[in-house]
Design a protein around this ligand. Structure first.
Ligand code: FES
Length: 113
């Protein structure tokens, strides 16, 4: 089943630092929008699945971010942690259009395996 997107204009791509991020805070969740060195953008919950570290303060390398607290590596594409234990943060659809970044605040639902 495909998800219908409800895009919200967020900012200019240039307003997100390269290998950095911007944080969006709603009533329910903090979302970190990351920009990679190749100008790809990804959005995941700003809360490490290990002990809740702020992923927005982590180090971005490729399409991954390393948590600043205990170095867990999170795949920005799907929010899944790389490691022996299966852990995951919510991920969100994000897109670039005409130099602007758009975010869908409804998390991407994972299909059951
Ligand atoms: S809180 Fe992120 S690795 Fe521990």
């Amino acid at each position: 089943m495909t998800k219908e997107n409800n895009w919200v204009e967020l900012c200019q791509l240039s307003e997100i630092p390269e290998r950095g991020c911007r944080v969006v805070v709603t009533d329910e969740i903090k979302i970190a929008i990351f920009r990679t060195h190749t100008d790809d953008v990804y959005a995941i919950e700003d809360k490490c699945p290990h002990l809740g570290g702020a992923l927005s303060e982590g180090i971005v390398h490729g399409a991954q971010v390393t948590c600043p607290l205990h170095n867990l590596v999170i795949n920005l594409v799907n929010g899944e942690a790389l490691g022996p234990e299966p852990m995951c943060v919510k991920s969100f659809d994000v897109k670039k259009e005409d130099g602007k970044v758009y975010l869908d605040l409804v998390p991407v639902k994972k299909e059951a395996a």
